[in-house]
Design a protein around this ligand. Structure first.
Ligand code: APR
Ligand code: ZN
Ligand code: ZN
Length: 369
């Protein structure tokens, strides 16, 4: 069956809209008619090579849609079910899943490494039958996709597809970083560097976790204004002042109890670690390029200060448990999700959404199919 998708054919080139073919789902896979897909910074990172991937590839990993067809052996999902796409399909049975660390699922490794599904092969092809990879076991910049059944999380039919799509990456990652990865105590002071689609969710997660002071740091004034709507109690414009000394002076020279890096740059990772108080936690959420190193003086920076530096992958989420929890929080009005949607666009406008993300104009552009 042929349909439209946005394809990255080579590094550093614009995405191209093509008619491509999609197979039927194989065993333990499902076919999805995409409802919506957010445009996340990791898509841009695939385009510019910060994240390494195969090409040609259908990008997009923050999506939601309706199950169109299920493969052999799929018993928990049926055509017509609405689902969020999880870009880490969590098997539920491996060492990590059994210990509640589904974001590190071993069974997902081949998919993330190959640009295919769990068996490393892809279900997309060009018209001539040549294979086309799919980003992160998903490929949501596409009217249809095949994903592992373990990567489809059922949601209520009345949930807006745009909102559901955002849950699939930015919300799970950001809110999860605050609620799962970090250990935020009531009354804590939290600092967040980078207030894009993911950082705004860290901010609202910190608010839900009971943080008293939430210091939002960005170089873009519009983002800092948005950060306030999402729960920031103070803002620091890093293009005008040194964010580390600002956070120090706001905390009696102690530093933040918990600081988050949500960009993926060496310089801001350093700042995040420096602005964390002794005994505090520095949580690294942003995805840096492969050559970025973390350098910390072992004694003065770590041992003597009892600092924790912790990586965060997919908000340390157990998707089958956390997606329903986030939907619940949204329905209760505790989670702002509609406010994350700066623009609704069509698939053809995906390159404009990439540009808007690079200039920092938007929290999220969302493709509606
Ligand atoms: N200091 C402060 N803020 C900065 C700096 C800097 N040096 N450089 C960029 N920013 C801000 C931008 O202004 C923007 O608001 O960081 C924010 C990044 O937001 P987005 O581009 O919307 O990225 P997002 O989708 O939120 O992803 C952030 O998380 O999942 C990962 O791969 C993703 O690494 C990326 C990160
Ligand atoms: Zn993402
Ligand atoms: Zn697993």
């Amino acid at each position: 069956m042929s349909h439209k998708a946005a394809v990255l054919t080579a590094l550093d080139t614009p995405l191209e809209i093509h008619e491509i073919e999609v197979e039927s789902p194989r065993a333990n896979e499902v076919k999805i008619r995409m409802g919506a897909s957010g445009v996340c910074h990791s898509d841009v990172s695939m385009q510019n090579g910060t994240l390494m991937g195969a090409a040609p590839i259908v990008l997009g990993h923050e999506g939601a849609g309706v199950i169109e067809e299920v493969g052999e052996g799929v018993t928990n999902l049926k055509p017509g079910d609405h689902v969020v796409v999880s870009w880490v399909p969590q098997c539920g049975e491996c060492f990590f899943c059994l210990r509640g660390q589904g974001e590190l699922c071993k069974a997902a490794d081949p998919a993330l490494a190959s640009g295919g599904l769990l068996d490393s092969t892809t279900r997309f092809t060009w018209k001539d039958g040549q294979p086309l990879f799919q980003m992160a076991a998903s490929g949501t910049f596409s009217e249809y996709s095949i994903i592992p059944a373990t990567g489809a999380v059922k949601i209520p039919d009345d949930l807006d597809m745009k909102v559901a799509a955002l849950i699939g990456c930015g919300v799970l990652t950001g809110v999860g970083a605050a609620l799962n990865t970090a250990n935020i105590a009531k009354g804590d002071t939290v600092a967040v560097i980078g207030c894009g689609g993911v950082g705004l969710n860290v901010i609202q997660g910190a608010r839900i976790a009971g943080a008293e002071n939430i210091i939002a740091i960005d170089m873009n004034e519009t983002k800092l204004q948005m950060a306030k709507e999402f729960g920031a109690t103070a803002t620091v414009n890093a293009s005008q002042t040194n964010p580390v000394s600002q956070v120090m002076s706001m905390t009696e020279e102690r530093g933040a109890d918990v600081a988050f890096e949500v960009i993926g740059l060496g310089a801001t990772i350093d700042q995040t670690i420096q602005m964390t108080r002794r005994g505090g936690q520095a949580i690294l959420v942003g995805v840096p390029s492969m050559d970025v190193m973390v350098t910390v003086p072992a004694f003065l920076g770590l041992v003597l200060q009892e600092k924790t530096i912790k990586g965060c992958w997919y908000g340390s989420s157990n998707v089958q448990k956390d997606v329903p929890k986030l939907v619940d929080l949204y329905k209760k009005g505790e989670l702002k999700l509609d406010e994350l949607i700066s623009r609704e666009i069509s698939l053809d406008q995906v390159n404009e959404a990439f540009d808007a993300m690079k200039t920092g104009e938007v929290a999220r552009s969302v493709i509606v199919y």
